[in-house]
Each structure stands twice: as structure tokens, then as C-alpha cells.
Design a protein around this ligand. Sequence first.
Ligand code: UGA
Length: 403
Amino acid sequence: MKIGVVGLGYVGMVTALSFSSLGHDVVGVDVDQARVQALRNGKSPVYEPGAEDYLARTRAVFTSHYSELNGCELVFIAVGTPPLSDGSQNLAFLRSAVDSLRQSGYRGAVVPRSTVLPGTTKRVVAPYFEHVGYNPEFLAEGSAFRDFFNPDKIVLGYEDEHTLSLLREAYEKIQAPRLEMDLSTAELVKYANNAFLSLKVAYANEIGNISKNIGVDVYRVMDAVGLDRRIGREFLNAGIGFGGSCFPKDLSALIAFSREVGYEPVLLRAIYEQNAGQPYRLVSLLKTRYPTLQGLKVGVLGLAFKPNTDDVREGPSIKIVSKLLEEGAEVHAYDPRATENFRKVNPELSTRVRYHSSARECVQSSDAVLILTEWQEFSDSSLYDGKPVFEGRRIFGREGVGW
Ligand code: UGA
């Protein structure tokens, strides 16, 4: 089957490479020529484990010309839907992808994979194409290929049987329950899924904050709670809160949408609020040992919002580093992958941080160490050389925000 993918960011790239490795003929389009060139040269524009192996083997074609999509039966759109200042969604990239597809004369089925609010596919895509669907992705950064090939479910939103049969064919070789539903339901599934996962994290952090105050380790609590099959242990790891390009943005968008449709989402607001304060708890913990941070050399290990990614977006590292600097600390930092992005996303903040090229060097330059990302390499206890360590993410379980 000939499949197109518009938008070759992290979701689009993984989608294109994965469908190609299932044996489909794939054409990936992106307006960013440098990105297209990098992909053609076998270089992944984002750090994702496995991406370059897939790139080395793929038969997928990468181009910046929409005209090369002619002949595709199905085109997925995986462009960004970043938040606007009021938390609602910026659909400019989606609209522009739709326009470019129309102008190129494409007439096949069009299926957004980008996370969009209920009603968006019908409003923004359906007026211009006869065959339209919606297929949310559940790819987590760092394990995106594994998630693509071993999903818990495949959600197929559709309006017409032709699109549904194309989607079924595209995913034919993947074993997973298929849920077929209308477009708005499929769109809401994605938000409800991400919001529930954020809720689990915020819940673990709430219990963690109580645990900390009474000298209890929240991980022991959650290990027990998670054995209840109605609850499950995953996403109950307490720490400095969730970040990334999905949970915070999707939560804000769902809150804005809920208000628009006439419901004040009290629980969703609470998740947001709980998470917003969580990074600062690590700074407060440091201050229990060092009441003033003025001139203190603080080593920050990890800038990425989670391990195995170079992504720092909405990560707790931004809040923590800002707060440390504001309180007069001298900040030393190390991340195996995300330093470059941290510099780019926060140019002003970044000039005041001293970066190191290894964890050991960062620790040696510091009086105390904060762990912000649970990268595997930080679990080498010989790194710390007797320095006080405060865990924002659980590595050793010695002293952290909820333990
Ligand atoms: C998330 C979802 O897991 C994917 O299913 C979804 O497709 C994706 O968003 C998306 O909407 O595109 P991702 O943001 O890559 O994926 O990362 P997660 O692994 O879900 O982690 C999100 C945040 O929660 C991270 O900051 C992580 O450190 C934090 N987290 C996660 C915790 O603090 N505790 C946990 O127990 C689990």
C-alpha cells in the first residue's frame, strides 16, 4: 500500500519509518528542507533510540514536495498543534498541511495523527476531502518504535467505509485490539488517555508530598497500591512532575475546550496545579540542608524531561534551574543528550549555567547534586563521591521529593 506522511517531526518520522518497515511504500513530506535532507542522509533530527537503524534500512522517500504524494491511497498528517496563550490549540500547521495537500491535487484519504480537539478533523479537514479519518498516536518518546509495533490498542476514527478499510489495511500486520469509532470520539480518546496518565502522576506526587512530611517512602506505598488490578503500578512514580511536549499541552487544551463546551473542569485544573508546584519541591528539599543557596555550587544531573530523549520542553529542569539561579546558586549542569536543546529553548537562562561534558565532572564541581532525570548512567553510585544527593527522580531511593 502507498502511504504518505505529512510532517516529519518525532511522530511523523516514527510513523513513516514504521509503516515502511511493515512493507508499505512510504512518502514522507516536510516543508523543512534541512530536516528532509538530514533524514535522507540517515540522520534523525530528534534523538529517538532505534531511529537511525530504521533510517539506514528504510525504503521510505523523504521530500519537501507535496506533489510526490500523488498516488498515495492514504496520507497521515502529523504536524504540531502547539498551544496558544489561552491554552487552546494553534491549528495553523494543520490548516497549512491541508491547503498544500489540496493544492497538490491529492485526492486520497486524509487522516490526522496530530492530537486535535474533538470536532477538529471534521471542521478543518473534512470539508476538503471525500475520505477522512482520525488515528491518534500513543507513542512515548524514548520508546516510540516499540510503542508503534506493540500498541495496547489501535484507534481508528472514520466517517466512511473506504477510509476505514484503508486504515485497517495499513495496520494489518500489527497485533492489537482495534477500536473503530466516529471522528470526535477518537479525538477525545487521545485527550482522555493522556489526561488520565497525567492524573496518575499527579496523584502519586500528591501522596508523595504527604509521605515526605511523615517520613514514609511513597514508592513503598505505590508498590502496594499498584498491585490492585483496578489501579495498576504504571505512571505512579512520584518525582518532580510531568513535562514534555504532550501532557502539559494536552491538559491545557482539554481545560480550554471543556470551558468552551460549558463545563468547568475542576479535576483537570487540579492536575495542572499539582504539577506546576512539584519541581519547586526539590529546591525546597535542598534548602532544608542549605537554608541559603547564595553562592552554593549546585550540580544538576539531567535536563531532559525524561530519559532517552533530548527533549526539554515543559520539563521541570527549566523551573528548577531558574529558581536556583534566582536564589543565587551557581548552577552546574550535565545531560547526556539534552544540553543543546536546553540552550536553544532558554537562551537567556542558559548563559548563566555552567555545562559539563560528563556527570563526574559536574558532580566534582558541585557542593550538592540534584537529580532531575533518571538517565541510566546516573545510577553509578561511585559518581557521587560522598556529595549530598537530592533526587527529583528516583534513582537510589535515598533522599528525594517523596521519599
Ligand atoms: C506521552 C504518552 O505516554 C504517550 O502515550 C503519548 O502518545 C504521548 O504523550 C503523546 O501525546 O504524543 P511522552 O510525553 O513521550 O508520552 O512521555 P511519558 O513517558 O508519558 O512521560 C511524560 C512525563 O511524565 C515525563 O515527564 C515523565 O517523567 C513523567 N512521569 C511518567 C512521571 O513523573 N511518573 C511516572 O510514573 C510516569
